[in-house]
Design a protein around this ligand. Structure first.
Ligand code: SB7
Ligand code: NI
Length: 186
């Protein structure tokens, strides 16, 4: 099981490098890593288990955050209503953003990152809607349109594959400024 000590922290060069494409078929190790990353998200979102294992809750986890410089991430965005299935739950490999809305969106509370121990206040402006191509662990290709929170989370994970951290996007002079037409989510 992945624990907080297994998560790479800001300052580790793996978080600032461009991760490599994966080749199919994936190795057993690569497939296991994908499942373990998703397991982390599931356990971390269970209040009791998160407390037991001292996990910070996460809705996404990218391979560089567990020390692997490869283009894989797990995303688990829960539904707004607990009874419903997750808004987006996938292990994505070699993702590509095919298109993105001009409309910007940011979380009203800002973002955090499991690899960044400090809070960094400010809006992180992203695209409100994206069209995403990705491959699952078996190598099947998928194309999905995402909007709002799931789109923001995927962009945060996609950034990790390119060595970008959320605070890179924050305007350090005006941390809570909204661009023309930008929408706040929450
Ligand atoms: C807020 C949090 C996340 C994404 C977008 C907005 C994920 C935080 C966990 N991670 O560090 C994943 O990379
Ligand atoms: Ni992150």
């Amino acid at each position: 099981m992945i624990l907080m000590d297994d998560i790479t922290r800001d300052g580790n060069p793996v978080l600032r490098s461009r991760a490599k494409e994966l080749n199919f078929p994936l190795s057993t190790k690569e497939i296991e890593m994908g499942h373990k990353m998703m397991e982390y998200l599931e356990v971390s979102q269970d209040e009791k288990l998160a407390e037991k294992y001292h996990l910070r809750a996460g809705v996404g986890l990218a391979a560089p955050q567990v020390g692997s410089p490869t283009r894989m991430a797990a995303v688990l965005v829960p539904a707004e209503n607990e009874e419903e299935p997750a808004a987006f739950k996938e292990i994505i490999v070699n993702p590509t953003i095919l298109s993105e809305s001009v409309q910007g969106a940011a979380l009203g509370t800002g973002e955090g990152c499991l690899s960044v121990d400090e809070d960094v206040p400010g809006y992180v402006w992203r695209h409100d809607r994206i069209k995403l191509r990705w491959f699952d662990l078996e190598g099947n290709k998928h194309i999905t349109r995402l909007k709002d929170y799931p789109a923001i989370v995927v962009q945060h994970e996609f950034d990790h594959l390119n060595g970008v951290l959320f605070y890179d996007h924050i305007n350090k002079d005006k941390r809570f400024e909204a661009p023309e037409g930008g929408v706040l989510i929450n």
